[in-house]
Design a protein around this ligand. Structure first.
Ligand SMILES: Cc1cc2nc3c(=O)[nH]c(=O)nc-3n(C[C@H](O)[C@H](O)[C@H](O)COP(=O)(O)OP(=O)(O)OC[C@H]3O[C@@H](n4cnc5c(N)ncnc54)[C@H](O)[C@@H]3O)c2cc1C
Length: 330
């Protein structure tokens, strides 16, 4: 049974400020033969479940700060605040500012979206109907993610100037701005607790691997949060790398060998590039811009709404079906 901190969502409603919520593009799980489109899971809950699974299957966990590493011919030596470790492979899963990435000299493109995401839990007058609601505006994107207790979590990715104003507002002023931005799709809204602001950056490592080291998750790539794909991409990195390490073991290959790690990089880098380009196109043409391409993209929402085939393609991507590791790709 799903606990109160996990909610399956069955629908997505996406619309642009030039139209109304009733004309939204709707992805409905039932229409594509699925019971839901995904789950909204509290991050701490997901982390705790993964850590439990890791320790239950014999993994040993020690809290320590990473300091430095040195790659040798047969092993890599890692200095941490709890002592020195030696392994044949190190996986850098230490987020956007990855010290592991810097330590092994893997370079990355890092740039600003010039946007800040404001996140907060809100109560809404009308039920969220197990639906993720998203409105594209000319100065950002506002999403309502449904939570199991009937409240929603908002992620409002706003241009920095607007975000600064939103962060400075009193709770009542913010609620008024939120009601205007949501077009009252869920009725009037009330803040349940404080707002938190996250300045948004994009990160793309030029290479995900080097001898005896692989990067996964935000250490390798940070994408815009508007499609809620960051964790999915990281989980698929982990699953792909785990599969290739198991394969290497069967073949009696060294799991830290560049030959093995390059397979991981080839597969995941192209998947991430595809996803990040698609997300940025949504941000550029739907959440910003007013030229002919933006108008075309706005009309595109209606076209997609009328095609079950295109909807199925989008849903498969969002569910990660297209991200499975085909044996032929290795
Ligand atoms: C506003 C916002 C909303 C988002 N919404 C969604 C969403 O709805 N769905 C979704 O899928 N994604 C979302 N994301 C993206 C998601 O949060 C990230 O993609 C995800 O957290 C990346 O996970 P990670 O484990 O790779 O990195 P992180 O979550 O950054 O974890 C890195 C870990 O490494 C540890 N670490 C760092 N340095 C060291 C060191 N030197 N020594 C030891 N440990 C270290 C840190 O303590 C941390 O525990 C959102 C992001 C933002 C900013």
């Amino acid at each position: 049974m799903l606990g109160p901190r996990v909610e399956a969502y069955e629908r997505m409603r996406i619309w642009h400020e030039t139209t109304s919520p009733t004309n939204a593009l709707v992805f409905d799980a039932a229409e594509v033969g699925e019971s839901n489109l995904g789950y909204i899971v509290e991050n701490r809950l997901l982390q705790a479940a993964l850590l439990d699974e890791f320790t239950d299957s014999g993994g040993h966990l020690e809290s320590a700060e990473f300091e430095e590493l040195e790659v040798g011919a047969d092993a890599v030596t890692v200095d941490t605040s709890a002592g020195t470790l030696s392994a044949r492979l190190v996986i850098g899963a230490d987020g956007a500012k990855s010290a592991v990435r810097q330590s092994v000299g893997l370079t990355a493109d890092i740039s600003d979206f010039n946007e800040t995401a404001i996140v907060a839990p809100v109560a809404t007058e009308r039920s969220h109907e197990k639906t993720a609601w998203q409105r594209f505006m000319r100065n950002g994107t506002l999403a309502f993610l449904p939570l199991a207790d009937g409240t929603s979590s908002i992620v409002w990715s706003a241009d920095n100037a607007l975000a600064t104003d939103l962060a400075a507002m009193s709770p009542t002023e913010f609620e008024t701005a939120l009601n205007r931005a949501s077009d009252l799709a869920l009725g009037s809204t009330r803040l349940v607790s404080e707002r938190i602001a996250f300045p948004l950056k994009r990160v793309g490592a030029h290479n995900y691997v080097t001898q005896r080291c692989a990067l996964i998750g935000d250490a390798a790539h940070v994408v815009h949060p508007l499609a809620g794909q960051g964790v999915n991409l990281g989980l698929l990195d982990a699953a792909t790398l785990a599969q290739l390490i198991l394969d290497a073991r069967v073949e009696r290959e060294d799991p830290g060998a560049l030959r093995v790690l390059r397979k991981y990089e080839r597969w995941r880098k192209s998947e991430v590039a595809f996803m990040s380009t698609a997300i940025e196109a949504f941000d550029r043409f739907l959440a910003h811009g007013s030229g002919p391409l933006s108008r075309l993209a706005q009309r595109g929402l209606g076209w997609v709404n009328r095609s079950q085939e295109i909807k199925r393609l989008f849903v498969n991507r969002a569910l990660g079906v297209a991200g499975e590791l085909p044996r032929a790709a290795r």
